[in-house]
Write a protein that binds this ligand. Structure first.
Ligand SMILES: Cc1cc2nc3c(=O)[nH]c(=O)nc-3n(C[C@H](O)[C@H](O)[C@H](O)COP(=O)(O)OP(=O)(O)OC[C@H]3O[C@@H](n4cnc5c(N)ncnc54)[C@H](O)[C@@H]3O)c2cc1C
Length: 370
């Protein structure tokens, strides 16, 4: 079967669905295609910060209270602990809460917004081929879609990014250099032997990364993530396993937790500085847009979607401007923050991995913001 659209978006995660919503609102015919059936899960801590709440209000006009009412925000807390292994660096209560979402619910919510604004959703079909000159993609079911623009919002292991590499538009070396990895599991939060409504970040377990315990309404998500450095995914799993055992939770729960550990790549400073080729653009994880200190990626996925929608609108009116407009946007609104984080990352982790320096830095930081 052949389809035609103005815009084809590969991937219905936060990046793809947000772009689909904004572009259909602008009057484009949009097809969004995902290899999964929704609701689908995505391995993720689900932490979102206030700037994502502001983005949701800006894009969808839905305020924090409504998102809580609809259970899009699954849980939020002001309470936090920062630790170096088992020693407390800082604990307390922030003025601004940290919010948590369940990705099955969150991604479905964003996709429904896109579909109800007019985007056509094709699911359970993987994009397998792209012809850059004619802007035609072919799916696993043999369907072909031709469009004016193609957006690659297909995540950390992006098919489209690999096609850029195959053509020599991008080099794989830099991507692999700063590619991170993260592992996660979960448990019923009542099983935690300490305050279950608090967010915990543990440093000192890996060189460039951390372990987290994120509270949700009913469960707690426990994970480890960062640069692999000289570790491999198996070493990371071992560190997480030992950490779980050290929590003094009952043996059966720990056993189930360990059995449920899953891993996924996470971009961790491997940005693609020019993710545009002809009328094809990468956004979100596919373009490496994740905070290289905290691992926050949901915000940047949705922010890059806003910026690509703006660039496509401008290119449509004034042809040949896509690359210029998108790069202008991303270099103004996203990259400065991410590059700053990349610069200070090794310094921060060196400090947090040292108990006394970590304590001092926390003292200086929280004097200002809590
Ligand atoms: C363990 C872990 C914990 C994390 N925790 C957090 C956190 O707490 N907070 C935070 O902000 N970020 C977190 N992140 C990062 C966050 O998950 C990502 O940054 C975010 O999901 C990026 O969104 P996206 O839309 O770019 O890609 P994704 O959410 O990965 O969506 C990509 C979509 O593309 C589809 N797809 C892929 N290839 C194809 C293809 N060829 N054809 C069709 N469809 C395709 C996939 O099925 C998927 O639905 C975490 C990541 C990991 C691995």
């Amino acid at each position: 079967m052949e389809f035609e659209s103005d815009i084809t978006i590969i991937g219905a995660g936060p990046a793809g669905s947000t772009a689909a919503y904004l572009l259909t609102k602008s009057g484009f015919r949009v097809i969004i295609i995902d290899k999964s059936v929704f609701p689908r899960d995505k391995l993720c801590g689900g932490l979102i910060t206030k700037k994502t709440i502001n983005l949701l209000e800006r894009v969808y006009g839905e305020k924090e209270e409504l998102l809580k009412e609809k259970s899009i925000i699954n849980f939020y807390t002001n309470k936090f602990y920062f630790l170096n292994k088992e020693k407390i660096l800082k604990n307390g209560s922030n003025k601004i809460p940290t919010y948590f979402v369940e990705r099955t619910v969150y991604d479905k919510y964003l996709l429904e917004k896109a579909v109800s604004s007019g985007a056509k959703f094709i699911y359970d079909e993987e994009v397998k081929k792209i012809e850059f000159n004619s802007n035609i993609i072919t799916t696993s079911k043999g369907n072909k879609i031709q469009s004016r623009y193609i957006i690659g919002a297909d995540g950390a292991n992006s098919f489209l990014r690999k096609e850029f590499e195959r053509l020599g538009i991008l080099e794989n070396k830099y991507w692999l250099n700063n590619l991170g990895f993260a592992l996660e599991t979960f448990l019923d939060k009542d099983k935690l032997p300490f305050d279950k409504d608090t967010m915990y970040l543990y440093f000192g377990y890996i060189k460039t990364g951390y372990i987290w315990i994120f509270p949700k309404k009913e469960k707690a998500v426990i994970g480890i993530g960062g640069l692999l450095n000289k570790l491999d995914a198996k070493d990371m799993k071992k560190i997480l396993t030992n950490f779980l055992i050290s929590l003094r939770i009952d043996e059966k729960t720990v056993g189930t937790c360990i059995k449920n550990i899953k891993g996924h790549h996470i971009p961790f400073g491997n940005y693609i500085f020019n993710p545009v080729y002809n009328n094809t653009i990468l956004i979100g994880d596919a373009a490496g847009l994740v905070n290289p200190l905290t691992g926050e990626g949901i915000y940047y996925a949705q922010r890059s979607a806003e910026l690509v929608a703006d660039a496509i609108n401008k290119d449509y009116l004034n042809k040949g401007k896509l690359e210029e407009e998108y790069l202008k946007n991303i270099n103004l609104y996203v990259m400065p923050e991410l590059l700053k984080m990349l610069k200070i990352r090794s310094l921060y982790f060196n400090i947090f991995n040292n108990y006394f320096l970590g304590k001092l830095l926390m003292f200086l930081m929280f004097r200002k913001i809590s």
